[in-house]
Design a protein around this ligand. Sequence first.
Ligand code: KG4
Ligand code: ZN
Length: 339
Amino acid sequence: ADEPLVLGIETSCDETGVGIVRGHTLLADAVASSVEEHARFGGVVPEVASRAHLEAMVPTIRRALKDAGVAASDLDGIAVTAGPGLAGALLVGVSAAKAYAYALGKPLYGVNHLASHICVDQLEHGALPEPTMALLVSGGHSSLLLTTDITSDVRPLGSTIDDAAGEAFDKVARVLGLGFPGGPAVDRYARDGDPKAIRFPRGLTGPRDPVYDFSFSGLKTAVARWVEERRREGADVPIADVAASFQEAVTDVLTRKAIRACKDHGVEHLMIGGGVAANSRLRAMAQRRCADAGIELRVPRPKLCTDNGAMVAALGAEMVARGRSASDWDLPADSSLPV
Ligand code: KG4
Ligand code: ZN
């Protein structure tokens, strides 16, 4: 096949990811996570992440090449997350990508982290329709992005004005004593709870509020207050009901605004990506509401929704396929890179 063979490196947060793809085909997806080293701090510690990337970088690249069964000399390019993300963490990946690309004589492609979260869906469902509306929900982002050309035209319509959706899951999990990262635990407990037990606030859904922006900090505070009140009264905290009711409030707002964005812009495809896209209630609610609205929903499998190198390789391969120019050797790691 003459589809581009690309290796992608992702180090924007706490996962050292190295993926290899051929066009839309996933060949390897090696991930080394430092999440356990951060757990006792209740959040990602940038310096700890940078050091972990440094230690994991070369072994993870070797593992990906071995898993894919390809020789580095056969690669058509090396792609790397240039931003946004933690500055020191990004720098490790960008430096490694430059070193490998230069030594192997391959073109280097610096890519945007958010665009790669969208592009990864090509590995699951084939070519991404353009335009596609993307709802990106992770520990660091909650954004609605109108994607007209995945390599060059991804327009942010709105984003969170305070906490990211995943951050809200993590904070509520902490209030409930469920550990870090909290999303998967809240998801699990919520399965046995009643989503209508407590009516928590839906942020920025009033008639005068910005239509595509999100706000989750009021919701997080409301949950914390509700739980504190119960404890003060000496009553048991119904963890499953709180988890389910909180999760319902988040997923209700996310899906409602995403579908509104599709309708307003005449877009018939919605993709959901980022770590929170692993949430079972979000997936079910989006499925239902998209079907009702006549919108095709695309959500990659959970392993491709969280940070990984395959998504970077997927976008790199798309850049090669579309003849986009390679990055210069002085490609910077940019912690606030815009899409
Ligand atoms: O995309 P990701 O791996 O890293 C970032 O770029 O942030 O997302 C991690 C976030 C965490 O906040 C985690 O709690 C959340 O995704 N998450 C979930 C679920 N699985 C992971 N949130 C809700 N439900 C889940 N099942
Ligand atoms: Zn991410």
